[in-house]
Design a protein around this ligand. Structure first.
Ligand code: KG4
Ligand code: ZN
Length: 368
């Protein structure tokens, strides 16, 4: 499965990263680990192609990746002023994600690696998110990652490259997915998160009291499907729902999610301090939902109460991008062997293999 890594000592490597696991086609060139430089970070969102369907359509996503990936890679190379001689390796998301898109990205990476004679690194998309803060904020291991996007909602203890322990996860919908479904239910456009946040600002948060699912139970698992159902029940009772009611429901939903995340964050940090009493606790947040200001302030507050450092990489690096894939490729290469052409794309690929097999099947296939 593996071949010998040509450069596995800690000298700078320049890596091309490719990301196609959901609805963003992205390529980036990153140099590291010593320099930590993003030479280019090119991205094309497919939101326009999916909006009319109210969510990501896997077939449309895969075709859209095929249409533009070669141009996106060429753009990333041009912006970074790189030739193939400057590139040390090609890294691509090999999973988890919508399989059609993952195949497009990985096959393109293999073709480039073969044609240009470069090593290939298959990156776990979640590892890309998990290691980004080491590119942007110079973070040492260990730390806690809260990943909150349209496809993932989980707390991970990041102990080292390739060394992850999942501390808790959603047992049903991912948080972004819950925002999107709530928006759809209330007649707001896709993607729902930003619209729910905007409308919630005009709402009265005290009018409705929605549940804080699972908070009465120990552990760090979360659940968001019931919250959406409770909101639907309230809305049904008041049909036809006026604008103020929509705003009040959005505010109540956002507050419930923020409360759940803040409470679980405090528990995660307490767990961290138990395990590492002599290490400053750090919580890193990533994923599209991290754009939400109320959630951000709830997490900032929770971290401050736990005397922990709160790290949120810039939003463009919190959401799906290829710089994180290139960076994870660089970190992987420090460990030694890289992949060969037999590497297979994977729709499901939990970072913590001891904890695989969670219920549910979301936008990205698995609630990993
Ligand atoms: O990380 P991301 O860009 O893509 C993946 O899902 O991987 O996350 C997209 C998700 C969507 O579900 C979107 O509704 C949600 O993040 N989102 C938000 C906000 N902005 C994006 N959710 C809540 N508040 C926001 N401001
Ligand atoms: Zn992602």
């Amino acid at each position: 499965m593996t071949s010998v890594n040509p450069k596995n000592n800690a000298t700078n490597l320049t890596v091309l990263g490719i990301e196609t696991s959901c609805d963003e086609t992205a390529a980036a060139i990153v140099r590291g680990p010593l320099q930590k430089a993003i030479l280019s970070n090119t991205i094309k969102s497919q939101i326009d192609e999916h909006t009319e369907f109210g969510g990501v359509v896997p077939e449309i996503a895969a075709r859209a990746h095929i249409d533009i990936l070669d141009r996106i890679v060429a753009e990333a190379m041009h912006e970074a002023s790189c030739t193939w001689d400057d590139i040390d390796a090609v890294a691509a998301t090999a999973g988890p994600g919508l399989i059609g898109g993952v195949i497009v990205g990985l096959m393109t990476a293999k073709a480039i690696a073969m044609a240009a004679g470069k090593p290939l690194i298959g990156v776990n998309h979640l590892e890309g998110h998990a290691l980004t803060a080491r590119l942007t904020d110079d973070l040492e291991f260990p730390f806690i990652l809260l990943l909150v996007s349209g496809g993932h909602s989980q707390f991970l203890l990041v102990r080292g490259v390739g060394d992850y322990k999942r501390l808790g996860t959603t047992i049903d919908d991912a948080i972004g997915e819950a925002f999107d479904k709530t928006a759809k239910l209330l007649g707001l456009p896709y993607p729902g998160g930003p619209h729910v946040e905007m409308i919630a600002a005009k709402g009265d948060v005290t009018r409705f009291r929605l549940p804080r699912p699972l908070l009465d139970r120990p552990g760090l698992d979360m659940s968001f499907a019931g919250l959406k159902t409770a909101l639907r029940t309230q809305a049904k009772k008041l049909e036809p729902v006026d604008d103020q009611t929509v705003a009040d429901l959005c505010a109540a939903f956002q507050r419930s999610v923020s409360d759940v995340l803040a409470a679980r964050t405090k528990s995660a940090l307490a767990l961290f301090s138990e395990r590492y009493p002599d290490t400053e606790p750090v919580i890193v947040v990533a994923g599209g939902v991290a754009a939400n200001q109320e959630i951000r302030s709830a997490l900032t507050q929770a971290a401050s109460e736990a005397n922990a450092r709160f790290v949120a990489p810039p939003l463009a690096l919190c959401t799906d991008n290829a710089a994180m894939i290139a960076w994870a490729g660089i970190e992987r290469m420090q460990l030694g062997p890289v992949n060969d052409m037999a590497l297979a794309p994977r729709p499901r690929w939990p970072l913590d293999s001891a904890n695989a097999g969670v219920l549910g099947a979301g936008k990205k296939g698995a609630k990993v």
